[in-house]
Design a protein around this ligand. Structure first.
Ligand code: PGA
Length: 299
């Protein structure tokens, strides 16, 4: 019987996902040579060729693609076993793994801080990332809880809506549209925009809204951070459409101003999402209840 270890299966899953030893190493807090060595031993133990290498890029062989059906099943069982042991430990200790969409981080960190205060023994891993990465994490049933905009279709998910997420139009204080009432969409679309990268949930929602209204929405400047967008708008690059959660401070100190535009705010919502049937630890359950009860106090 080949001597395959669980560690090798865990590493294989990451390498297969990122198609990169370097990225898998970063995710697993390992060195790249250690990952390569483990994968070489994995191939030798199984006596199967798993990777095609072309310079730095790697791809999976057909056999390796087929193997993933089994390795991801093993990982699911492993995670369920760990969840079960977390459950046994109760709510005051254990490990909570949370992934949140970039925009949701504005309130999530404060909620997590309060939760951590009440449960100081709980170790928390928080991944703040884009929608695309969250979808992949959900597909692999990794996080205990996900906070995101629209839950994706086609995955077996449990989700609950817990808070509004209005999208508003922002401008620098000296912009010529500031103070104007009921700005029309056709006025708006004459302007330049600064917006989020492809893969952002906010961007998807804006494009959907504008398409439906028959209005053009194109960004002259694309960025993957809400902070960068706010600075670019304040610097006069153009207008921005962002979640109201991201601009509380900037509105208070008049660094940015809201525009009164027809059809805005775009009404969106935040959702708490998990894979259906996931064995939830006591800590994950407690966090879920905490968010549902207290989120509104943190916006
Ligand atoms: P973001 O927002 O991906 O634009 O940060 C989250 C979402 O709307 O899903």
């Amino acid at each position: 019987m080949p001597r395959v270890t669980l560690r090798q299966i865990i590493i294989f899953e990451e390498v297969a996902r990122y198609k990169s030893h370097t990225k898998a190493a970063a995710k697993l807090h390992m060195t790249q040579p250690a990952v390569s060595m483990q994968m070489k031993q994995f191939e030798e133990s199984l006596d199967i060729h798993l990777f095609e290498r072309e310079g730095k890029a790697i791809s999976l062989t057909k056999e390796a693609e087929n193997m993933r059906t089994y390795t991801s099943g093993i990982m699911q069982s492993y995670r369920s076993m760990m969840e079960y042991t977390e459950q046994l430990k109760g709510v005051h200790q254990g490990h909570l793994v949370v992934s949140v969409a970039t925009t949701a981080n504005y309130f999530t960190t404060r909620i997590l801080a309060a939760f951590s205060h009440e449960h100081p023994q709980v170790k928390i891993s928080l991944d703040v990332t884009n929608r695309e990465k969250i979808l992949s994490q959900l597909a692999h049933n990794e996080p205990d809880q996900v906070i995101m905009g629209e839950p994706p279709r086609g995955l077996d998910l449990d989700y609950e809506t817990f808070m509004d997420n209005p999208l508003v139009v922002i401008a620098p204080p000296d912009h010529h549209l500031v103070g104007k009432k009921c700005i029309t969409l056709s006025d708006l679309t004459k302007e330049k925009f600064v917006g989020r990268e492809l893969g952002s949930g906010t961007r998807e929602a804006i494009e959907r809204h504008m398409n439906k209204a028959g209005a053009r929405y194109e960004c002259s400047l694309e960025m993957s951070s809400n902070e960068a967008i706010k600075h670019a708008v304040a610097a006069g690059f153009g207008l921005g459409i962002v979640s109201q959660h991201t601009i509380t401070m900037e509105l208070d100190n008049h660094y940015l101003v809201l525009l009164d535009v027809e059809g805005f705010p775009i009404v969106r919502h935040w959702h708490l999402v998990t894979r259906k049937g996931r064995v939830m630890s006591s800590v994950a359950k407690a966090f879920r209840e905490y968010i549902l009860e207290k989120a509104k106090d943190y916006v």
